[in-house]
Design a protein around this ligand. Structure first.
Ligand code: TXA
Ligand code: MG
Length: 350
């Protein structure tokens, strides 16, 4: 299959013909990758079982891992979700359109192929104008997982999408680099107290200010298999570079020293170091990649691109600084630790 490339920009939007072509492809069951404010999504008609099956196939994704339905206006929600509670409405009013996905009981119109066999459905209204315009033009809810090959870091540029999916999907919409860079916060609203199933830009504090108590899925902590995560996708090793990665937790100065020491045990070309703008010059040896600036809060936006760079450099081992304590660090550390398969070295204070 030859993949078509079109573009969208904030200044000029779409070319009208190209937008209607993209919407036609979606309506008729084809796949279009498009930018959102979080990461690029791989869109298909969420009400067509065969479109969802194509998404799984293009990504190489296990079919028990459900998709998020994307909508452009609130009224579209009631076609796909039941029992929309008062709390749900409060969260929607506060954070939609935006980087928040809500889990509801599903309406019959939503096929099990889209929900991975579950009776619940995940729904999000993205803030990205180009994404909303595309969904509106298609006239159907758009199922869209992140537009990466399953297991690789989510794409934050159209170039990342091309790396993974060129020739496997109908179209890619290039909207430049995304703003947030980490996937949406997922909140389950099927019980009385809302539960965060995946941390993101909308933090627990922000949600609690709107609806009172919010819990975090205990399964997110990682290693305890007695508490598997409630979002099926969170159980897979994910967001991962090809090399084995270890994260150094604790005092940053100590982490830098320890990483430098360990790096010397490997050939220079094979060892990757994940650092920040503020610390990258401290490492005289190894392939140093900066995720972004701690000071300017750009680590979240740059993390996946940094992980992909290590794949291109061909390193076999990666040592990473920790970004605990930075803005949105819960989401950043959740993705980083998953990429590292929870391999952490804690540097105790002495
Ligand atoms: O920011 C985002 O959410 C991006 C953009 C494209 O919107 N999408 C995204 O989709 O991250 P994906 O498929 O990569 O991740 C969806 C996550 C998975 O962990 C999946 O298991 C979970 O949502 N999920 C979907 N439906 C669910 C449901 N009914 N119950 C629990 N978890 C669900
Ligand atoms: Mg994903």
């Amino acid at each position: 299959m030859k993949t078509e490339y079109i573009s969208w920009s904030r200044e000029t939007g779409y070319r009208e013909k190209e937008l209607s072509r993209a919407a036609d492809i979606l309506r008729s069951g084809g796949l279009v990758a498009f930018p959102t404010e979080t990461v690029y999504g791989l869109g298909g008609n969420g009400l067509l079982p065969e479109a969802s099956l194509k998404i799984y196939e293009a990504k190489g994704r296990p079919s028990d891992n459900p998709l998020i339905l994307h909508i452009s206006r609130e009224e579209e929600l009631y076609r796909i979700a039941k029992c929309v509670s008062e709390k749900a409405k409060m969260l929607m009013r506060a954070f939609w359109p935006g980087p928040m996905t809500l889990i509801f009981e599903k309406e019959e119109a939503v096929p099990y192929e889209t929900t991975g066999g579950l009776d619940t459905v995940a729904v999000r209204m993205p803030a990205h104008e180009g994404a909303r315009q595309l969904i509106f033009s298609a006239g159907v809810p758009i199922a869209a997982p992140s537009a990466n090959t399953s297991g690789r870091p989510s794409p934050t540029t159209a170039e990342h999408v091309r790396e993974d999916l060129d020739g496997r999907i109908d179209m890619v919409i290039d909207g430049g680099a995304v703003g947030i860079g980490l996937e949406s916060t997922i909140i389950d609203l099927t019980a009385e107290v809302p539960v965060i199933l995946r941390p993101g830009y909308i933090t627990r504090d922000m949600a609690e200010q709107v609806v009172g108590e919010v819990m975090t899925d205990p399964g997110l902590a990682g290693s305890d298999s007695a508490f598997p995560p409630k979002a099926p996708g969170m159980k897979y090793r994910h967001y991962a570079p090809k090399a084995q990665m270890t994260v150094f937790e604790g005092n940053l100065e100590k982490a830098v020293r320890e990483i430098k020491k360990r790096a010397f045990q490997y050939p220079q070309a094979q060892v990757g170091i994940l650092a920040s703008e503020e610390t990258k010059s401290y490492y005289p040896y190894g392939q140093v990649v900066s995720a972004g600036s701690r000071k300017d809060h750009t680590i979240g936006r740059g993390l996946y691109d940094a992980l992909r760079k290590f794949d291109r450099l061909g390193v076999t081992v990666i040592f990473s600084e920790s970004f605990s304590g930075e803005e949105k660090s819960e989401a950043i550390m959740n993705r980083l630790l998953k990429a590292a398969g929870q391999r952490v070295v804690s540097l105790e204070e002495k």
